[in-house]
Design a protein around this ligand. Structure first.
Ligand code: FES
Length: 111
């Protein structure tokens, strides 16, 4: 299945990781091409974002995840993984989230 967005290239759903291979109730780092991603197995479902903190060069996969929020390991910026919203300074810019879905036991992302 493909989706089109005006003014951009065609996006397609791509397999990312099997649900069974996720760290349960935690964050799992996954590389897709040149993208370093964070896959969150949260209380409200599975969410995918870019892994790099929007404040600095930290990898959020090394942070503390409580099921809905990820705390950056470097300066303790806080993000809501359901929306990407930045919740606590010094993080001010929200995470870039990827649209995701589960199909046949696989986490897929629209890229
Ligand atoms: S690098 Fe993440 S809060 Fe500073």
């Amino acid at each position: 299945m493909t989706e089109h967005t005006a003014g951009s290239r065609e996006k397609t759903w791509q397999d990312l990781i099997a649900v069974a291979d996720l760290d349960p109730k935690d964050v799992t780092p996954v590389t897709l091409g040149t993208r370093e991603l964070a896959v969150f197995d949260g209380v409200d479902g599975i969410f995918v974002s870019m892994a790099r903190c929007t404040h600095g060069a930290a990898d959020l996969c090394d942070g503390y995840f409580d099921g809905t929020r990820i705390e950056c390991p470097l300066h303790q910026g806080l993000f809501d993984v359901r929306s990407g919203a930045a919740l606590a300074a010094p993080a001010r810019v929200g995470l870039r989230m990827l649209q995701s879905r589960i199909v046949g036991g696989m986490v897929q992302v629209l890229v």
